[in-house]
Design a protein around this ligand. Structure first.
Ligand code: ZN
Length: 216
């Protein structure tokens, strides 16, 4: 839930600002969310501490590189769901916006990418909002999509949900780690980690969907 709130704020800053790098006054966020200036200020402080935004006293808030990437990914999911809901399910566009607001937090990146493919890589939502392109380079693949024998380097963990990040940290599957896939079944991916004391790991399917790698 905290991650959802962080994303809500990053998405709102991205939507409301007048241009990239332009500080957004906190009064606009207060108006958008209908919260008091004090609670907006408190949340912005937390986001600043977390490295998501930079707070500029008296001027407003800008997104850091990390915040920018997260906001773009959120808008991409939101607008792709809107397209699907209106075009494929014939849901009116005002309702589609509300439903997409829930779905945007729930779907893993693999689903978003498949959805984009399924909808023919649309470049705008039904309301005309541009759909940001996927961030990962074409060589980046989801661990789940590879087969036994593949050798790869971990590049990214996404989505960055806290519980998932804790599990992945425990297995030491941090970006830069080299691995080889021993076996891939419906429920788990077994990998061999290079230069690690405990080289063989079993990764549940849901976690493997969030681990992005480049092939060696
Ligand atoms: Zn839209």
């Amino acid at each position: 839930m905290l991650q959802d709130r962080v994303e809500e704020y990053l998405g709102a800053i991205y939507r409301l600002r007048t241009g990239e790098g332009e500080p957004l006054p906190l009064s606009q966020l207060a108006e958008y969310f209908g919260f008091s200036p004090v609670s907006i200020h408190e949340m912005i402080r937390k986001l600043d501490d977390g490295g998501w935004v930079d707070f500029h006293p008296y001027r407003g808030v800008t997104l850091t590189e990390r915040g920018e990437a997260s906001a773009r990914a959120l808008l991409r999911r939101h607008r792709l769901w809107e397209r699907f809901l209106t075009d494929s399910l014939n849901i009116p566009w005002d309702e589609a916006h509300l439903i997409a607001g829930d779905l945007e937090h729930a779907a893993p990146e693999l689903v978003t990418d498949r959805l984009a493919e399924f909808m023919g890589e649309p470049d705008a939502c039904p309301h005309g909002g541009p759909i940001p392109p996927a961030l990962q380079s074409s060589e980046e693949r989801c661990l789940r999509s590879l087969g036994a024998g593949a050798e790869a380097r971990v590049t990214r963990i996404s989505p960055e949900t806290p519980a998932l990040l804790r599990r992945i940290a425990k297995q030491d599957l941090i970006p830069g780690r080299l691995l080889r896939i021993l076996a891939q079944t419906e429920t788990e991916t077994r990998v061999h980690l290079q230069d690690m004391p405990e080289p063989a790991l079993s990764i549940p399917e849901t976690d493997a969907q969030a681990i992005w790698v480049e092939l060696m």
